[in-house]
Design a protein around this ligand. Structure first.
Ligand code: PGA
Length: 250
């Protein structure tokens, strides 16, 4: 359960309360792991709260591909590793809207892996059409993002499928289970083109976009191994309920 808090939580008190609720609910289960992707200023403190606790990890919402230099405002992967971060969301559509290209996403993935962090690589079409154009878009996004990434490194990557039209408060609707199922298979087939079926099926695929406690169960039954949860992950009751649902489904 990757929790993408975005900029929804903006006081440390609230971050801590929500984090502790998530920590408690994953401790109760066995197979559900939560990754809390918080705004950067909260990462060091939350990493300390995660220490020694099972099933909970800290993620950053973005990263730069260099580790040092004249890059005002950037945070490199080794700095994230240094403060106890172990996951990084790479290529989120909200970063792509701010200028991230597939090539930049590829550089970020490589730098993240090199620092020993796990990238959660987001892909997803902006709109769906009836002619399968969105599938070629998705295929191209995957191939470019993963260019020159070895099979050994693929095994350290998580893919998050996030159709842009399903994300955020202006979302049209969450994806239907049928469409999610088909797209999850398509993602694996695309990965299999470069890495073979076994490697492709070993990669965890998450779904993100308008996930809530009322639709989490059906999404988890639609060919994905987890969820990338935005707004709902910032509401204590809702995220703990989603974790309970995931525990039952696992
Ligand atoms: P949402 O965001 O759950 O608020 O739609 C998901 C995401 O963008 O990661």
């Amino acid at each position: 359960m990757a929790c993408n808090w975005k900029l929804h939580i903006n006081s440390y008190e609230e971050a801590k309360r929500t984090f502790l609720a998530i920590r408690k609910s994953v401790a109760a289960g066995r197979r559900v792991v939560a990754v809390v992707c918080a705004p950067s200023p909260f990462l060091p403190q939350l990493a300390r709260l995660a220490e020694g606790h099972k099933n909970i990890f800290i993620g950053a919402q973005d990263v730069f591909w260099e580790n040092e230099g004249s890059y005002t405002g950037s945070i490199g992967p080794s700095l994230l590793a240094e403060i106890g971060v172990t996951y990084v969301i790479v290529g989120h559509s909200e970063r792509r809207f701010s200028g991230d290209t597939d090539e930049m996403v590829n550089r970020k993935i490589k730098a993240t892996l090199k620092a020993g962090l796990t990238p959660i690589v987001c892909v997803g079409e902006r709109e769906r059409d009836d002619h399968g154009v969105y599938l070629s878009f998705l295929r191209n996004q995957l191939h470019t993002a993963l260019a020159a990434i070895s099979a050994v490194d693929l095994a350290k990557i998580i893919i998050a499928y996030e159709p842009v039209w399903a994300i955020g408060k202006d979302a049209l609707r969450p994806i239907t289970p049928h469409d999610l199922h088909e797209t999850a298979i398509f993602i694996r087939k695309t990965l299999a083109e470069s890495y073979g079926t076994d490697a492709a099926f070993a990669v965890p695929v998450l779904y993100g976009g308008s996930v809530s406690a009322s639709n989490a169960a059906e999404q988890l039954r639609s060919g994905v191994q987890g969820l990338l949860i935005g707004r709902a992950s910032t509401k204590q009751e809702e995220i703990t309920q989603i974790i309970r649902i995931a525990t039952q489904e696992s």
